[in-house]
Design a binder for this molecule. Structure first.
Ligand code: ZN
Ligand code: ZN
Length: 174
């Protein structure tokens, strides 16, 4: 089963994430709060549990970028020099902003294409309605064909009747 936002047409290298960090938390790597890493065996991270929001995976094509952001953050955390860390912090904020913009667009694009985890609630009802609509319009199509066929058959039997009457008349004459 595909994860929300996962791109099945991605053919690039499979990058192992540096930490198990979810999509939501990957968007706030540059923030001063401590890094939220998904614990072993957990399907939802603490932050998403607290926010009561779904915890989704980082799309595969963004994993190496997230790893780079994490490395940038590590470098910043280990930097003792004030000027240096100010520079690193600014660079991380820029990179993060750019990442958030692109990953959000990509996830929305994938959602639009219909690569969703599974439809829930309203989505299921909508899907059922759409299916019913499709069925009824194809039934109408079949009905049209049947009406047309009946018309042709009627026309043919009308012609056959004329032929029969003519034949009978002819046989009477003969
Ligand atoms: Zn998290
Ligand atoms: Zn999460």
């Amino acid at each position: 089963m595909l994860n929300e936002g996962e791109n099945p047409v991605y053919t690039g290298p499979t990058v192992k994430p540096k930490y198990r960090i979810c999509l939501r938390c990957s968007k706030r790597i540059d923030q001063t709060s401590s890094l939220c890493v998904l614990k072993e065996g957990k399907v939802k991270c603490e932050y998403c549990v607290k926010q009561r929001k779904p915890c989704d995976e980082v799309p595969i094509e963004f994993r190496s970028e997230v790893n780079r952001l994490l490395t940038q953050r590590e470098r910043l955390e280990n930097e003792g020099d004030v000027d240096q860390s100010a520079q690193l912090s600014e660079a991380l904020a820029d990179a993060s902003r750019s990442y958030v913009k692109r990953v959000t667009a990509a996830v929305n694009q994938n959602k639009k294409r219909g690569f969703k985890k599974q439809p829930k609630g309203d989505d299921i009802q909508l899907a059922q309605l759409n299916a019913l609509e499709k069925i009824s319009s194809s039934l109408e199509g079949i009905l049209d064909v049947m009406r047309y066929t009946v018309r042709i058959l009627k026309f043919h039997s009308f012609q056959n009747n004329i032929a029969l009457v003519t034949l009978r008349r002819l046989s009477n004459i003969v």
